[in-house]
Design a protein around this ligand. Structure first.
Ligand code: PLP
Ligand code: COI
Length: 371
């Protein structure tokens, strides 16, 4: 069945394979993979697929990674019609390569595409593109603690046209970046800065879409966080500047002494994280009370002080599950619990990672072997 489905898919969108004239030498690659960090190292290959009005998706290629040629009038360079995804591939000891919920990334990619007036991509083509690069770059998995191959599918408007309307030509690419820890320090708990001067997303805006513009807008508040000595920025809701939304690239969970968990509700201004959704399921599986509910900065500070709140953690593909130890803003500064990672944070992290890496049962069918 699986092979038949694959053959059919391949017929509808055959991939042309371009040989790599000069892949990175094994010794250079091995040295680089010893300390991959996050987002600074890239594999040998990339996938490219074109889309034009009329033709639809065409010319799927897996080939050498290299610079792109773009017309200076390409719409993305002017009006930022661009979306992306982020997911990790894991290599097991027996050599099998797996993905975690790639269908959810495909669905979110298409939701982002709809919001940015871009063409949607069939889920099987999105996943086949990922399968192609993972197979081509199977030597690029770092053998370090927490190591994975981070995959970055993205799409942008390539049409040369300066009128403001949805472009008629797009490029879809997938690049791969061997990854270790997202946070340089590999810190057990991070410190975050509350952005009181800038918001991330307003109702009716693009907060629920994974578009590059959201991240461009987060750079100044992020720089402010770093200038104040913090690792990340947390955003408040744009309407009342009261309720916690999310970090620049991670969702948030609050853990209470009575075992309850709260995470801010999705409602258009928050990215619907796949890690967030997975942790909601794992916590419910454990019998914990989980609520998607608005939670204010004032309440957070008061609950941390009273001990009602014991832990807070951030979660996302890149950062996995990371404890938040301290929070500061212009007039809020407080420590959560002991300032280090709490027990539930660690347990949920370990459970999620064990499922992702095939070391624990996968009752929800989240893991997909691809090579
Ligand atoms: N929120 C934002 C703004 C993000 O960029 C990300 C990362 O993709 C997340 C949350 C977490 O989403 P996921 O768990 O799907 O990686
Ligand atoms: C991810 O977790 O995949 C992200 O996209 C977060 C950040 C690197 C943008």
């Amino acid at each position: 069945m699986a092979m038949l489905a694959e053959a059919r898919m391949m017929t509808s969108h055959p991939f042309t394979r371009l040989a790599h004239p000069a892949p990175v030498a094994a010794s250079v690659r091995t040295a680089a993979l010893a300390d991959p960090g996050f987002g600074k190292l890239f594999s040998d290959h990339m996938v490219t697929i074109g889309w034009t009005a009329g033709l639809g998706w065409h010319d799927a290629t897996i080939g050498p990674r290299g610079p792109l040629t773009l017309d200076p009038a390409a719409a993305v360079l002017h009006y930022a019609q661009e979306i992306f995804e982020g997911l990790k591939a894991y290599r097991r000891e027996d050599g099998t390569i797996t993905l975690f919920r790639p269908q959810a990334n495909a669905a979110r990619f298409n939701a982002s595409a709809r919001r940015l007036a871009m063409p949607e991509m069939p889920e099987e083509l999105f996943i086949e593109a990922i399968r192609q690069i993972v197979r081509a770059d199977r030597e690029w998995f770092p053998d370090v603690e927490g190591g994975s191959l981070y995959l970055r599918p993205f799409m942008f408007a390539s049409e040369a046209f300066l009128g403001v309307r949805p472009a008629k030509e797009y490029k879809f690419l997938v690049i791969a970046s061997p990854a270790g820890n997202y946070f340089k320090s590999g810190a057990p708990a991070i410190s975050i800065w509350v952005s009181e001067d800038y918001t991330r997303a307003a109702p009716g805006g693009t907060g629920a879409a994974k578009c590059g513009g959201n991240y461009a807008a987060s750079l100044v508040p992020m720089a402010e966080a770093i200038a104040h000595g913090h690792d990340q920025v947390v955003f408040l809701d744009a309407a009342e500047r009261k309720f916690i939304e999310e970090l620049g690239g991670m969702n948030l969970f609050f853990v209470f002494a009575d075992g309850t968990l709260i995470t801010p509700p999705l409602g258009g201004t928050i990215l619907p994280g796949i890690t967030r959704d997975s942790l909601l399921s794992l916590a419910a599986d454990e019998g914990l009370a989980v609520r998607e509910e608005r939670y204010s900065l004032d309440q957070w500070r008061a609950d941390a002080a009273s001990g009602r709140l014991t832990e807070t953690f951030a979660c996302g593909t890149a950062a996995v599950v990371t404890a938040i130890g301290t929070v500061a803003g212009h007039d809020a500064a407080f420590t959560i619990g002991s300032g280090g990672p709490g027990q539930l944070t660690q347990r949920l992290r370990e459970h999620l990672v064990a499922i992702q890496r095939g070391r624990a049962p996968d009752p929800h069918g989240w893991v997909m072997p691809v090579a």
